[in-house]
Design a protein around this ligand. Structure first.
Ligand code: IPD
Ligand code: CA
Ligand code: CA
Length: 263
C-alpha cells in the first residue's frame, strides 16, 4: 500500500493532541508500580495508549501496534505504530513538566513518521522521512558544537541497575571531554532537544523502541546521528544501547567511549 505521509501527518498530530487531553486530566489519576518500585504506570498511561490504539489503527486500516503498556505487541503488519503513551512517567507522576506522548510509524524496518508532544510546554516535534523536522511547525536543526562544548544527555539504566557501573564509567569519561551532563528523564524529549540544537550527545544502556522510535526520525531528519553500539543500525524491535550525536565526528568520539565499557 502506497502512503501519503504528508496527508497522514496532520491527522496523527491531531490525534496526539487529542490524546494529551486524557494525559492532562489528573482528576482521577491512579499511580501504580509494575515489576519494581521505580517502574510506574499511571491510569493516564493506560488511557492514552487505549485511545491511540483505537484511533491510529483507524487512521491506517490494517496497521499493527507496538505499545509499552500491557505488552501490546501486534507487529506482523506492513505498517506498525510504535507508541509510548507517556515517556517520562516518573516526571509525569510528580508533575515535573518533562514528559510526552511519542508516536512513530514503522514500515519495512524504517521509521516513516514521528510525532513527540509535550503538553506541558505545548511543544510538538514532528518529522516525516525525507521531509526534515519541525518544532511547532518551524524547521529545526542540530547544533554544530564540537565535543568539548557539547551537553551529554544520559541515564544510569534505571530499570537494570546492574549496568549502572558501566554507565557511570562512560558518563565520567565523556564528562571529562565534553561541557556538561543533563538528565531530563524522557528519552524522546532528550532526543528532540538534540534535534533542535539545545544539546548534542546521548547515551543510554538499554532503551526500548517506543522510547526512541519517533524521536529517532526527528533527530536524524534534523541532521543528527543515532545508532546502536559501535554504529549498529537500529531495527526498532527490541531493547538496545543507544548512542546519539549532533555530528558524525561527535558520534565517533562518544561511540569509542561506549565501546570501551560495553560488549
Ligand atoms: C523512560 C524514560 C527515561 C529513560 C528510561 C525510559 P518511561 O521511559 O525515557 O528517560 O531513561 O530508560 O524507560 O518509563 O518514562 O516511559
Ligand atoms: Ca519510555
Ligand atoms: Ca512510558
Amino acid at each position: 500500500m502506497q502512503l501519503d505521509l504528508n496527508l497522514l501527518l496532520p491527522r496523527v498530530q491531531a490525534t496526539v493532541r487529542e490524546a494529551s487531553r486524557l494525559m492532562m486530566d489528573r482528576e482521577h489519576l491512579l499511580v501504580k508500580t509494575k515489576g519494581s518500585v521505580t517502574n510506574l504506570c499511571t491510569s493516564a498511561d493506560l488511557a492514552v495508549q487505549d485511545f491511540l490504539y483505537q484511533e491510529l489503527r483507524a487512521l491506517l486500516p490494517g496497521s499493527g501496534f507496538l505499545g509499552e503498556e500491557n505488552d501490546l505487541l501486534d507487529t506482523q503488519h506492513e505498517y506498525v505504530w510504535i507508541v509510548d503513551p507517556i515517556d517520562g512517567t516518573a516526571n509525569f507522576a510528580r508533575q515535573i513538566p518533562e514528559c510526552c506522548i511519542s508516536v512513530a510509524l514503522r514500515g519495512d524496518d524504517e521509521i516513516l513518521l514521528g510525532v513527540v508532544y509535550n503538553p506541558y510546554h505545548d511543544q510538538l516535534f514532528d518529522a516525516v522521512k525525507g521531509g526534515g523536522s519541525r518544532l511547532n511547525g518551524q524547521p529545526i536543526h542540530v547544533s554544530d558544537r564540537p565535543f568539548e562544548q557539547s551537553m551529554l544527555l544520559t541515564a544510569l539504566c534505571l530499570y537494570h541497575k546492574e549496568h549502572a557501573e558501566a554507565c557511570s564509567a562512560i558518563i565520567l569519561e565523556a564528562y571529562k571531554k565534553c561541557n556538561d551532563v543533563r538528565r531530563f528523564g524522557s528519552c524522546a524529549i532528550e532526543l528532540c532537544y538534540m534535534a533542535c540544537g539545545l544539546c548534542e550527545l546521548f547515551f543510554e544502556y538499554r532503551i526500548q523502541p517506543w522510547d526512541y522510535a519517533a524521536a529517532y526520525l526527528i533527530l536524524t531528519e534534523a541532521g543528527g546521528v543515532l545508532t546502536g553500539r559501535a554504529g549498529a543500525r537500529l531495527h526498532f524491535d527490541g531493547p538496545t544501547i543507544l548512542v546519539g550525536a549532533n555530528s558524525l565526528e561527535n558520534h565517533r568520539i562518544l561511540s569509542e567511549i561506549v565501546c570501551k565499557y560495553t560488549v
